[in-house]
Design a protein around this ligand. Sequence first.
Ligand SMILES: Cc1cc2nc3c(=O)[nH]c(=O)nc-3n(C[C@H](O)[C@H](O)[C@H](O)COP(=O)(O)O)c2cc1C
Length: 173
Amino acid sequence: MAKKDCIIIMGSARSQGNTKQALSMIPGISGAPMVDLKELDIKPYDYEYKNQNDDFLALIHRLVEYDTWVLATPVYWYSMSSTMKTFIDRISDLLDIHKDVARKLRGKRLFVVASYNTSLPKGFEDTFEQTCGYLGIEYLGTSFIYSGTENSELLQNNIDELQKSECIFEQTD
Ligand SMILES: Cc1cc2nc3c(=O)[nH]c(=O)nc-3n(C[C@H](O)[C@H](O)[C@H](O)COP(=O)(O)O)c2cc1C
């Protein structure tokens, strides 16, 4: 897959932190366009849809132009960041009141890059796998990138984790 087909959606609480660093370890996507959710105004899900003037819908219109979405998130408390979760919650808007846009998600592909520094989180992928199943998106997997320096086993594991992404994203430069 060429990097022009993919877009990175970053959901860390800091823009230049370990998650950004993890992305730079994947040559096939390091030059891909990136959206930093922290820079956008994306409000929590609202049953009354009183948040429609924030940046979410415009972001989705941009994202649907790409075949593959790379969600990049730190592991916070064994799960994705709240920034990323808020973004995913808002996909419900599409199913409820923007069905034409929701249909455009079908057939897309999703890969996850997760930065962590204590231990591999159990069950982390289940949410992404099930979400993709529900939305008709092909789930490509998750690369878990250890951001610490002390645990040699986890550092070694990064090699395998990076290989997962290398199989999917070909290096084009
Ligand atoms: C609120 C919070 C919760 C965290 N929870 C976990 C965790 O459950 N498991 C883990 O391995 N690391 C955990 N960490 C460490 C981060 O996953 C790790 O430092 C990651 O590389 C941070 O990426 P960032 O710099 O993009 O935020 C946590 C960090 C924070 C700030």
